[in-house]
Design a protein around this ligand. Structure first.
Ligand code: ATP
Length: 616
């Protein structure tokens, strides 16, 4: 595909605001892509050079990009910087300057997707001495050969964001749109949907039928994505073999599985009512890791599926030493441990192990211990469908001698009193609480279901759990806060139903000076002139930002509110947080914020509040 064809689609996507229109254009774009290039097009659309877990990005900073645009268009760097300050988007800068180019293009060949993607891959791979010059050269070559629209997206891409609002859900919807006809050729799929529609009136039937069919296929695609986090490859396999290609996708060590998530309840009685006899584990407050071992090859992923292997050489060694399996994928929580006091460090210390420099020193100072709690794959066998009881048993068998990796402490019971006692013991040991697990449940990748239920220490008069919200805008500071440029934040909950961010709270407290300047630094880089496509808010902040950062907040309660859009009903009343205060930044993707559905569930639970008392 010519790059000009691709960016014509991007431009159309940018100009529509409804998600349905966006999906339709994206679907057309993917249907036109060739068998191999579809993979690159999927990655490129998301501002990446590979699946997210490879972390492969072009890696050129703004300064170099400004220089590259200047070099390719004949303007001075100062002129580029000045225009950038005015319009706030390097894409528009490149577009504008490319059209008034002061020098003629050196390279007259037409850019293909392959050429552009190829150059960016080379840029990413170029390192060492003199690498800045070669990166600059390769980037300038692209801008030099680009037309106006092409220049817009070439300049935006290295910053990891094309500003199109294309997220994973939109890509999956577009793929579903393209393959739904084939999906329906299988009588089984057809029958299921028809049965679901038996009651419907004839007129709406057709429309509803195709909507449901797409939804089903979308769920099938997502189920595969949950166990194989590479949408580029999924798109490529669909292109090559259709639905059959999709069905062939399996778990493989090296490609992360999306983690299962825990629901919340507020007492041990509720847990027993829900699960009956269950496993109850201590809840450790470190970070969750997914470990993939393929013979001697060990890869460690974070909860967000980023590759963290390089940060934890001590754990990599421990996995090789202790795990008695050729090939395995398992999960656990890692914490820093003090040999001297024989105690676990609090989260603030453990988090210091997430670093790019001085890795060996910190590994020595704060060695990690990992508490394993699940296994999803073992020596060629997919264990995800097996009941938790069996998976835990399998896990127990493969952890060999050693101290770095151990099983989580766990009991099995149906007695709320025993759960309370275990909860207290956890708290006394400085842990966060407990997680109860359904002994019969499969591993539910990427979803929050009642297979896991968390119960944390709570504080009287406050919501029993903190909430993670995405920042969608900010208000400029007044008085003492003028110097930081930020006075308050506009934040949103994530709505899975339509892949949008819905406003839920204005937050002006909880931030100290350090946090304010961090906020300023981070948010000023992602400011946008208009409300982003996936944001739904009637409150207008002084500055909109692209949904990128998640913060943890605590609030007194959830209230109904006509001002916010989260969970709005027909009367226009949504949900809001009362007295919200920022606790800290979370290392989560915006789509992993607390969802509107969860907020509504928390609101309902709050109505029948039983504040769970740690002293109980
Ligand atoms: P989310 O539910 O979105 O993960 P969160 O990141 O705030 O929210 P928590 O509320 O702390 O997570 O609870 C779930 C997390 O608890 C797991 O993701 C895991 O990192 C951690 N955890 C600690 N001990 C266990 C355990 N024994 N079993 C499962 N998870 C555990």
């Amino acid at each position: 595909m010519l790059f000009s064809e691709l960016v014509a689609y991007f431009d159309r996507i940018e100009s529509v605001s409804s998600r349905l229109d966006m999906t339709a254009i994206l679907a057309e774009m993917l249907s036109k892509a060739g068998g191999k290039e579809i993979r690159d097009i999927v990655y490129f659309s998301q501002g990446m050079l590979g699946p997210k877990h490879t972390g492969l990005e072009a890696g050129i900073g703004e300064g170099l990009l400004e220089q590259g645009i200047a070099k390719a268009t004949g303007y001075t760097k100062e002129e580029v910087v000045r225009l950038y300050k005015q319009v706030g988007d390097l894409g528009y800068v490149a577009e504008k300057l490319a059209s008034g180019r002061k020098q003629t293009s050196l390279f007259s060949g037409r850019l293909t997707v392959e050429k552009v993607f190829g150059n960016f891959v080379k840029i990413a791979e170029t390192g060492g001495k003199g690498s800045q010059d070669s990166k600059l050269g390769m980037f300038a070559e692209l801008i030099n050969s680009a037309g106006k629209l092409e220049a817009r997206y070439i300049a935006r891409f290295p910053l990891g964001n094309l500003r199109l609002g294309i997220g994973d859900p939109t890509i999956m919807d577009a793929l579903a749109l393209n393959y739904v006809e084939e999906f329906l050729k299988d009588k089984k799929n057809m029958a299921g949907i028809e049965a679901a529609l038996r009651e419907k009136n004839e007129e709406k039937r057709k429309e509803e039928f195709s909507r449901r069919a797409r939804q089903r296929l979308r769920e099938t695609i997502e189920a595969k994505y949950n166990i194989f986090s590479d949408l580029g490859e999924i798109a490529e396999r669909l292109k090559a073999k259709g639905i059959k290609g999709l069905e062939e996708i399996r778990i493989v060590p090296g490609t992360p599985i999306r983690p299962t998530l825990a629901e919340r309840l507020s007492s041990s009685e509720e847990i027993v009512e829900k699960l009956g006899n269950c496993a109850v584990e201590q809840k450790y407050d470190g970070f969750r890791l997914q470990v993939h071992k393929d013979r001697n090859n060990v890869t460690i992923f974070s909860r967000q599926s980023e590759n963290m292997t390089g940060m934890f050489p001590d754990l990599v060694e421990a996995v090789r030493r202790q795990m008695k399996a050729e090939r395995v994928i398992f999960e656990g929580e890692a914490l820093a441990y003090s040999e001297q006091t024989q105690q676990y460090f609090p989260f603030q210390v453990t988090i210091q192990r997430k670093r790019k420099y001085d890795i060996a020193e910190k590994a020595e100072e704060f060695p990690l211990r990992m508490f394993a709690f699940d296994v999803m794959y073992l020596n060629g066998k997919d264990l995800m469908g097996k009941p938790f009881r069996d998976r835990r048993e399998a896990l127990e068998k493969i952890i060999g001698e050693g101290e770095a990796i151990a099983l989580t402490k766990s009991i099995e019971t149906s007695d709320p009193k025993k759960i309370d006692a275990f909860f207290m013991e956890s708290i006394e040991n400085g842990l966060e609480g407990i997680i109860a697990k359904d002994l019969d449940a499969p591993y539910i990748a990427g979803a929050r279901k009642f297979a896991w239920i968390k119960l944390k220490r709570s504080y009287r008069g406050e919501l029993s759990d903190s909430i993670d919200v995405t920042i969608i805008g900010y208000f400029k500071g007044r008085g003492k806060r003028t110097q930081f440029g930020i006075g308050g934040l506009l934040t949103a909950a994530y709505d899975e139903e339509d892949d949008s961010f819905k406003s839920i709270a204005k937050i002006g407290t909880g931030m100290n000076e350090e946090m304010l300047s961090e906020l300023e630094e981070k948010l000023s880089k992602i400011a946008v002139k208009q409300k982003p496509g996936r944001v739904d808010s009637e409150i207008e902040p002084h500055v909109w930002v692209k949904p990128s950062y998640v913060i943890e907040v605590r609030a007194d309660e959830i209230t109904r509110s006509p001002l916010h859009t989260a969970g709005r009903d027909k009367e226009g009343t949504g949900y809001a947080l009362r007295f919200p205060r920022m606790l800290k930044f979370r290392e989560k993707k915006p789509e992993e914020s607390t969802t509107v559905k969860e907020i509504i569930a928390m609101f309902r639970k709050q109505a029948s509040v039983q504040v769970y008392q740690a002293e109980k």
